[in-house]
Design a protein around this ligand. Sequence first.
Ligand SMILES: [Zn+2]
Ligand SMILES: [Zn+2]
Length: 250
Amino acid sequence: MGTRETGVLLFSLAFASCSSSTSTSNPYSPSTTKVILEVDYATGAAPYTGPVGGRGDLWSLFESNAQRLFQGKQLEIPHDLDHMEELTDVAAGDYTADQILQIASKHRATASSGSSIAYYVVWLPGYFNDGTEVNKAVLGVNLGSSGVIAMFKPVILSSSGTPLIQKYVEQSTLIHEFGHVVGLVNKGIPLTSAHHDAANGAHCTNTDCVMYWLNEGAADAVKFIEKRATESTTVLFADDCLADVDAVTK
Ligand SMILES: [Zn+2]
Ligand SMILES: [Zn+2]
C-alpha cells in the first residue's frame, strides 16, 4: 500500500510553495472569479460523459463538488466530449510524471490569467510509472503546483465489472485529485481541525471523505462510491475538509 502513494507524494507540491515557472494564483482569493477545468483525453481513453440513468448528468458530480469548494465563483467545466479535446498523438503505455508534464505542456491550451485560474486534466490509456515501478492500482495523480492531473483509464475500467460504478469511480478520482491541486489536505490550505492523515500524505483521516487516502486506489474507491455517491449532486468532501476550504475563502 505504501508504494501506491509514493509516486503521489513525490510530486505533491503545495501551490503555496510553487517551485515551477508556472504562476499559480490563489484560487480562493476574492480576486479569482472564474475557475476553469481544461479536459483532454488520449484516443481510446475518453472520460465517461452523459446522463447516468435516473441520477442526472455524470459530470454534474464533479461540477457540484467544485462549486462547493468555490462558492460564488464562475465555473467553466466541460460536460461532454464536444468540449474536451482528443489527443491523437499520445501512445498507450506507462507514463512518468515528466512524461505527463510533457503531454500537458504540448497540449494545455488554457492558462490562468488575471481573475481566472485554470487546471488541466488528461485521460491516459495506460498506467502511472512512479519512477521506480508501474503501479496498476493508481487511478489518478496530481502533479502539484503545475495544476496538472492525469487519469489512468485502464485502472478505472478494471475497478469494477459494473460500468455504473466505473463512472462514479472516475468522477470521484477526479474530485480527489482536484482536491489536492486546490490545497487539500494541508497541502496549501491550513488545517482548521486535526484531520490530516500525514502518515499517508496530503490526505484526510475521515474514511467518508473523498480525500481519504485509500480512495485514490481502485479497490477502496469502489467501496467509497457504493457508500457515498448515490446521486450526481452529492458533495463528497466531508465537513473537516470543507471547513479548511471555507476558512481560506473570505
Ligand atoms: Zn490523494
Ligand atoms: Zn476530508
